[in-house]
Design a protein around this ligand. Sequence first.
Ligand SMILES: C[S@@+](CC[C@H](N)C(=O)[O-])C[C@H]1O[C@@H](n2cnc3c(N)ncnc32)[C@H](O)[C@@H]1O
Length: 201
Amino acid sequence: MSEHYFSNNPQSKTSPRTWMYELRGRTFRFTSDIGVFSKNDIDFGSRLLIEQFQEPQINGDILDIGCGYGPIGLSLAAEFNEREVSMIDVNERAVELAKKNASANNVTNVTIQTSDLYSAIDDESRFAAVVTNPPIRAGKKVVHQIFEGAKELLLPNGELWVVIQKKQGAPSAKDKLDDLFGNVEIVKKDKGYFILKAQSV
Ligand SMILES: C[S@@+](CC[C@H](N)C(=O)[O-])C[C@H]1O[C@@H](n2cnc3c(N)ncnc32)[C@H](O)[C@@H]1O
């Protein structure tokens, strides 16, 4: 049976690959593997989101939902090291890799957990920013649940940052965010990828 990268517990054999990559002026060492999104290199969309992200104006923590092996959450945690960064993913192998990548890069201001949507996040937790390269292959319903849950978890004036390709539904994602938040900004378009930002009021 073919396996999707969002499987909860990928049983496929392992073939880890490690590479170095510069993000926001720091060099990271990342390991990814079979059964995890982007097993050979950093995804172009994730890189664009990392490069475009601006530090929130308000105090508070950051949440990376669908963290995979960790490039978004870990690179933001390394730069904004006075904030805590929560990183969650339904894929256990991805979560284990993200933990190893945190150690390999000496990033300690992170909490990395297995989580279906936001199930591992305390009801009382609130964030200054939620960032995501959402799991398009998991379906529109899951992507919309990620947007809806983010709105509930953001502090007033907190921001949801999303990267999504035009051909994978950026215009409809933009409409959904506008409906939910009453605002949405296209921060950047590059090679068919959109960086969208919506602010909680
Ligand atoms: C497009 S990938 C991005 C991965 C990583 N952030 C990156 O930049 O390489 C989306 C991620 O969402 C995760 N995912 C899928 N369904 C999920 C769910 N229900 N709850 C949490 N994460 C989920 C997948 O396992 C995958 O790692």
